[in-house]
Design a protein around this ligand. Structure first.
Ligand code: NAD
Length: 477
């Protein structure tokens, strides 16, 4: 078992103030793979103090200097890429092919996206009235990340903080801390000044809350559940921090009768099940026009039955387990709620797939005849569970799609480009995917309503970490 009990503070690997061990489990085997420490408010204090001290000089570095550091980090990340792949497979249970092609790949894509955006960022401009507008680093940033796309969220927070001249303290998910510790090694090797980046492991209620409440933290950037996002916002309120949030989703996927059904429905089912359904922007509500409903149900059933569950250590396109026993129980409860509330079970159901006794594996599950009041239509399941529901008209589809507390992503499948744009403009979501259009690095990622505040990635991701200063000159026009 790996001993990963140290924190990274002020450029050094240090012991926690008070020993408090936690085992990290491999979700496929349920066996411990590493021991980490759970930090306390005292550890957070130490890390924030280091970041505060480093900010004095790091905030005055030039864009050129920071670009050089980021380029070095990119080269190191690429060199140690396979370690990242193995780590994410071990602690998250993402199948190794998926870890390589998707989970670890985003660490390269986002970093490159931020490098490109930083090169184009204007930190000084003269307003038409003659005043000067400066964009400056905000200060010490507290960064809290979840387990489901672990290095994705770390890159989306750590990189823009450091790129814009701020310093940071990262508290990654206690379920997937190992990729974060590996990232810390890379940041260290890249030569970022001591205290620029600090990492303290721990849970939300202790380490997380201490960070959100800390008076010397200027901004919290949080990704995780809406529940915890609300807690972070409340904890941050007393010190009037900026808070950006990337939270949950219940994203609608509207299939119109004029879509290429075979292609679009197949892709939609696979996308819902990708990462074992543990994606905030997963298309989990499949809204289908009544005229093609039976056909779509037939395709979805066929595709759903072909999705394999398998050992994450093996190459292939199968899906792996859920991350933890807590998630396993939550997903089981929601599958049972779907059945008891009267949805028609097409594929999967409660219990583990055949042949799996150990590991948090669940059956890829599809329900038809769901209505938008059922729990599986309203709550984020965060497992491979798809809810299919019918609609008649475009107007009704938009109404059902928007009838949710969330507003992260939405998906539209149609052969009519005018309709695609028209519907996209009316969906209350931060990102709309038309006919499989992917999310591209550098584009803003984030949601409306209870899916969060702020945008991550590229230019918008940098701007979230900047303060705006107006300089009034005596000779202004
Ligand atoms: P979670 O909210 O339980 O935990 C996320 C992080 O917050 C962890 O590091 C945890 O330790 C910490 N945390 C928990 N309670 C806290 C508190 N009171 N104060 C401070 N920190 C606290 O979520 P999770 O189970 O790790 O992740 C799954 C959730 O994340 C899902 O709801 C998913 O939709 C969401 N998510 C959103 C996005 C997005 O960009 N919108 C991306 C990925 C995941």
């Amino acid at each position: 078992m790996l001993d990963k009990r140290k924190f990274y503070i002020n450029g050094e690997w240090v012991d926690p103030t008070t020993p408090n061990d936690l085992e990290v489990l491999n979700p496929a085997t349920e066996k411990p793979v590493a021991m980490i420490s759970m930090g306390t408010a005292a550890d957070i204090d130490r890390a924030v103090a280091a970041a505060k001290k480093a900010f004095v000089t790091y905030s005055r570095t030039s864009v050129k200097e920071r670009l050089a550091l980021l380029e070095r980090l990119l080269a190191i990340y690429k060199r140690r890429y396979d370690e990242m792949v193995e780590t994410i497979t071990m602690e998250l249970g993402a199948p190794v092919t998926m870890s390589r092609e998707q989970q670890a790949d985003v660490g390269v894509g986002h970093l490159q996206g931020f490098i490109d955006a930083l090169k184009r960022l204007h930190t000084r401009e003269v307003l038409p009235n003659g005043d000067v507008l400066l964009r400056e680093p905000i200060g010490v940033c507290g960064l809290i990340t979840p387990w489901n796309w672990p290095i994705n969220q770390i890159a989306l927070k750590v990189v823009p903080a450091m790129a814009t001249g701020s310093t940071c303290v990262l508290k990654p998910s206690e379920f997937t801390p190992l990729n974060a510790l590996l990232y810390a090694e890379m940041v260290h090797e890249a030569g970022f000044p001591a205290g620029t980046f600090n990492l303290v492991n721990g849970d939300g209620l202790n380490a997380g809350a201490a960070l959100s409440r800390h008076k010397d933290v200027a901004m919290m950037s949080f990704t995780g559940s809406t529940r915890a996002g609300i807690a972070v916002s409340k904890d941050a309120a007393d010190t009037v921090k900026r808070v950006t949030l990337e939270l949950g989703g219940k994203s609608p996927n509207i299939v119109f009768e004029d879509a290429d059904l075979e292609d679009r429905v197949t892709a939609s089912v696979l996308e819902c099940f990708n990462n074992s359904g543990q994606s905030c922007d997963a298309p989990t509500r499949l809204l289908v026009q009544k005229s093609v409903y039976d056909k779509v149900v037939e395709i979805a059933t066929r595709v759903g039955r072909q999705v394999k569950v398998g050992n994450p250590a093996e190459e292939g396109s199968h899906i792996g387990p859920l991350v933890s026993d807590i998630q396993f129980s939550r997903v089981q409860a929601l599958i049972e709620a779907g059945i008891s509330e009267g949805a028609r079970l097409l594929v999967g159901g409660a219990g583990k797939p055949q042949g799996f006794k150990t590991g948090y594996f669940v059956k890829p599950t599809i329900f038809a005849d769901v209505n938008n009041t059922m729990r599986i239509a309203r709550e984020e399941v965060f497992g491979p569970v798809l809810a299919i529901m019918p609609f008649d008209t475009e107007e009704e589809a938009i109404e059902i799609a928007n009838d949710t507390n969330y507003g992260l992503a939405a998906y539209v499948q149609t052969g009519d480009p005018k309709r695609a744009e028209r519907v996209a403009s009316r969906l209350r979501a931060g990102m709309v995917h038309i006919n499989g259009g992917p999310h591209r690095y550098g584009s803003p990622f984030g949601g409306y309503k209870q899916s969060g505040n702020g945008r991550e990635g590229g230019r918008f991701g940098l701007e979230d970490f900047l303060e705006v200063k107006t300089v009034h000159r005596p000779d202004a026009a």
